[in-house]
Design a protein around this ligand. Structure first.
Ligand code: GAR
Length: 221
């Protein structure tokens, strides 16, 4: 039997997206294995979701600069021999030191309908902007923050009376199937980054896939 595709996960916090990956693997919905979980905060809950030998963390505050930390986490990630690297609630910007080694294999899940609301506090900003719709995006990671080619999105309505918390919860529920759906495509070798564009099955994707249509894990082979 061929070796399973290996996914390295970078996480800084709770790790519910990591848990969705682990559950999909355990449930036979994602043919892959988690190669390691890598963190910049040793107390992150995400790290405790895998066996200790799969968890790596260092406190990023102990490093002289971003490049020094990025070089060390990049070495650890490389040693896990990943096929894909997923930023699942990883709250540090990754610079060239990291991306020059893994570019084209790094995916991020971001809680907005990119290109809207790059950066932090996306839910509060969507409400403040009066957006009718909000959601999450999975994209290839490039050095510019939240600027890489978008592979897929999930949309939710912004409801009257929504708070940042209620909206975040509605988005998070869809983040999990969104991320797993994209990873199913990734490990099957069906998506690739070509400059600023995503290719799906060798054809350019001019608009992101939408959860609930082609991305729905139940309708994918
Ligand atoms: C998720 O909502 C993810 O989209 C967001 O952090 C949360 C992590 O939740 N990521 C970012 O904001 C990245 N800029 P989790 O730790 O439960 O997966």
């Amino acid at each position: 039997m061929a070796a399973l595709p290996r996914i390295a996960v970078l996480a800084s916090g709770r790790g519910s997206n990591l848990q969705a990956i682990l559950d999909a693997i355990a449930g036979g919905r994602l043919d892959a294995e988690v190669a390691g979980v890598f963190g910049d905060r040793p107390d992150a809950m995400a790290l405790a979701r895998v066996a200790p030998e799969l968890a790596w963390s260092r406190d990023a505050r102990g490093y002289a600069d971003r490049a020094a930390f990025d070089a060390e986490i990049a070495d650890a990630v490389a040693a896990s021999r990943p096929d894909w690297i997923v930023l699942a609630g990883y709250m540090r910007i990754l610079g060239d030191v990291f991306l020059s080694r893994f570019r084209g294999r790094v995916l991020n899940i971001h809680p907005s309908l990119l290109p809207a609301h790059r950066g932090l506090r996306t839910h509060a900003r969507a409400i403040a902007a009066g957006d009718a719709e909000h959601g999450a995006s999975v994209h290839f990671v490039v050095p510019e923050l939240d600027a890489g080619a978008v592979i897929a999105q999930a949309r939710v309505p912004v409801l009257p009376g929504d708070t940042a918390e209620s909206l975040a919860a509605r988005v998070l529920e869809l983040e999990h199937p969104l991320l797993v759906g994209v990873l199913r495509l990734a490990v099957a070798g069906r998506i690739a980054e070509r400059g600023a564009t995503v290719e799906l099955d060798g054809h350019p994707l001019f608009t992101p896939l939408q959860l609930g249509s082609t991305l729905d894990p139940r309708v994918l082979p």
